[in-house]
Design a protein around this ligand. Structure first.
Ligand code: SF4
Length: 284
């Protein structure tokens, strides 16, 4: 079960995405998956390259469309473990509506956002998660937009699994991704994955100073959505761990009447002569 391949990532040395790649590889192996069981679907951006760096099926999609592709794959073959991955620009700008609708549908997919609060591939512009006042090439006088808060967004959209990790905490990240893969529904995982080249504010040191692990909050109950939202807001979303999980909601696939376990490619989709004649009658 080796999810490593021989492709050398062309991320900048120190980029947080390396840890996400390693965490996905370890989590898949730890939950007992084989490379042929897994599909990694990505969008566009530095993080979008990840689908080529893992020994599994990979689909490098188009900008903001990792989730529609991932949902299509899951519906065509529910036996596959589908992991969608992308950046904050991919998921919360052009792909924002897909993110919200995928969350509320609750397909059994794991979605990992590598959130570095900047557009790295295009060399450093403000992204939807950049803080108010953040200075970049596109906002030389500071961002005048309120940032998207991914955890609040996911909780408000009805997510059944919400977690947040940090690239520097590989052990914690592997655990979160393992739980996300095991979750029978849509698992939303935001990862603070620093862009060491263009984001000189939200650095590894900055996160180490500001992040709070949920393990240190006494009596925290990840099944309580109101407490989850309150905690996220109180800590300005700078928390790590499994923030919320609800296990009693069926996945989208389970709610489709007559949905078959057998992948589409293995189903006999030919109509019997009788059914064909019935169908023809409907158009007469
Ligand atoms: Fe990573 Fe930033 Fe380099 Fe892109 S530009 S590879 S996000 S460090």
């Amino acid at each position: 079960k080796d999810f490593r391949n021989s492709v050398k990532p062309n991320w900048c040395p120190g980029c947080g995405d390396f840890s996400v790649q390693t965490a996905i590889q370890r989590a898949c192996a730890n939950v007992g998956l084989e490379p042929e069981d897994v599909v990694i679907v990505s969008g566009i951006g530095c993080s979008g390259r990840i689908s080529g760096y893992i020994n599994a099926y990979g689909f490098h999609g188009i900008h903001g469309r990792a989730l529609p592709i991932a949902q299509g794959i899951k519906l065509a073959n529910r036996n596959l473990t589908v992991i969608a991955a992308g950046g904050d620009g991919d998921g919360f700008a052009i792909g924002m509506s897909h993110t919200i609708h995928a969350i509320r549908r609750n397909l059994d997919i794991t979605y990992i956002v590598m959130d570095n609060q900047i557009y790295g591939l295009t060399k450093g512009q403000t992204s939807p998660t950049s803080a108010f006042g953040f200075e970049t090439k596109s906002t030389p006088y500071g961002s005048i937009e309120a940032p998207v808060t991914p955890l609040e967004l996911a909780l408000a959209a009805g997510a059944t699994f919400v977690a947040q990790g940090f690239s520097s905490d590989l052990k914690g990240l592997v655990h979160i991704i393992e739980e996300g893969i095991k979750h029978k529904g849509f698992a939303f995982i935001n990862v603070f994955s620093p862009c060491v080249t263009f984001n000189k504010v939200n650095t590894y040191d900055w996160f180490k100073e500001n992040l709070v692990s949920l393990d240190t909050i006494e009596g925290y109950d990840p099944t309580d959505r109101i407490q989850a939202m309150k905690t996220v807001m109180e800590h300005k979303a700078l928390v790590t761990g499994i923030i919320y999980q609800r296990k009693d909601i069926p996945s989208y696939e389970e709610r489709i009447p007559g949905f078959k376990d057998v992948p589409l490619a293995h189903q006999d989709l030919r109509l019997s002569e009788e059914d064909f004649q019935e169908l023809v009658k409907e158009f007469m």
